[in-house]
Design a protein around this ligand. Structure first.
Ligand SMILES: [Zn+2]
Length: 388
């Protein structure tokens, strides 16, 4: 996938989405719904037909009372079901969607993903196979997976020994493809969260935005000019290990004072446990039922994150910051803290047009992004025989 799709590719993607969600549309319908010119629509439709993503269906357009109808040509999407896999640091979420991207079934398990790559990939293949059988599907056509660490865009290898140590030097795309028997495309999880929000969430109305996954770690992804920006090797957006001046907390990466050592679900739970004696950390609500002490801790954590994000805002001048992950979806206080610091530390002229908002898709953004990419991927159909 290109890092900077041309205007023509974006037109193609948008029309494909309309054809999928519309069920069947004429060229005139597409021009009306998209606001694009007839020539732009015709060009993109020709591309989609050549790619085998859509087909033409002859229809008799007989409206009520019209008598003799004129034959029309409707465009319909081709393709079977697809799957998305979302590997978090501590969970695995698998879903199958139809050709329109509508999820028809999903499974979620808690599992140690960071240190047990083989077990996590085995579990993903088993869950997907079980779900496919349960849904009575012969095959899935494409699979997109997200992992909570950077993937080298040149080699497909997990490259950072400090972020996802149990996966380093491995190629999850190759290994998952071998287990599942269908080509699997692998992305960083925050990148998929950004794609989910771009196609189906808060990013729909923004050409340039930052997506931040604030959960057990902090990951970010940049959408610039309507396309995902991965950087030279795929490390763009790895802000979790930004050093915070004055902070000495030990981070899982071996360094001290990293952003995600103090802004993470685990660290916040430790803090709220301290102020709630007698309650287990995981019993204390961090959602809209959170009490005033927990809300203060959430807001303060949001401010720490927002200050780091403001540096990115000054650098790339986005029009939105979309905050997802467990913390972004937990409680408005966290995002309000992010907003306050972003507004305070971003250059006023850049902050003026900038909105900071919760991810519309919540903790489902990553899985949704995987599905959205899978329905767009020009991957040929293969048999679904799992070969593990
Ligand atoms: Zn670190």
């Amino acid at each position: 996938m290109p890092t900077t799709p041309s205007h023509r590719e974006k037109t193609r993607d948008e029309l494909l989405r309309l054809i999928r969600t519309g069920g069947g549309m004429t060229r005139a319908d597409l021009a009306r719904s998209s606001g694009m010119s007839r020539s732009a629509v015709n060009g993109a439709v020709a591309t989609l037909l050549a790619e085998g993503r859509i087909t033409e269906v002859e229809t008799e357009q007989k409206g009520p009372g019209t008598g003799s109808g004129r034959p029309g040509v409707k465009l319909v999407a081709i393709g079977g079901p697809v799957a998305g896999l979302d590997f978090g640091h501590n969970h695995l979420h698998v879903a199958i969607a139809d050709t329109f991207g509508r999820i028809v079934g999903d499974r979620r398990v808690d599992i140690d993903v960071d240190l047990a790559a083989t077990e996590a990939m085995d579990a993903a293949a088993d869950l997907l196979e079980g779900l496919r059988r349960e849904l009575g599907l012969d095959s899935v056509e494409a699979v997109v997976a997200g992992i909570p660490g950077p993937v080298d865009v040149r080699t497909g290898l997990v490259q950072s020994p400090t972020i996802l140590s149990g996966w380093v030097g491995r190629s999850p795309a190759e290994e998952l493809t071998r287990r599942i028997g269908v080509p699997v495309h692998v992305e960083n999880d925050a990148a998929l969260g950004a794609m989910g929000e771009l196609y189906a969430g808060a990013g729909r109305s923004h050409e340039h935005f930052l997506y931040v996954k604030a959960s057990h770690g902090i990951g970010a992804a940049l959408v610039l000019g309507g396309a995902l920006y991965r950087g030279g090797t795929g490390l763009a957006g790895e802000i979790g290990h930004t050093n915070l001046p004055g902070s000495t907390e030990l981070c899982r990466c071996g360094s001290r004072g990293c952003l995600e050592a103090v802004v993470s679900v685990d660290y916040i739970r430790e803090q709220v446990a301290h102020t709630h004696p007698g309650l287990a950390a995981e019993e204390i609500p961090l959602d809209d039922d959170a009490d005033s002490v927990s809300r203060r801790i959430l807001e303060d954590s949001g401010r720490i994150l927002g200050r780091v994000i403001s540096v990115l805002c000054n650098l790339v001048n986005p029009t939105a910051v979309v905050v997802g992950g467990e913390l972004g979806s937990s409680n408005n206080c966290f995002v309000e803290g992010v907003d306050e610091a972003v507004q305070r530390y971003t250059l006023p002229a850049a902050a003026e047009e900038l909105v900071v908002t919760r991810a519309e898709l919540g903790t489902s953004a990553e899985l949704r992004g995987a599905i959205e990419l899978a329905v767009r991927s020009p991957v040929p159909a293969y048999g679904a025989g799992a070969s593990h």
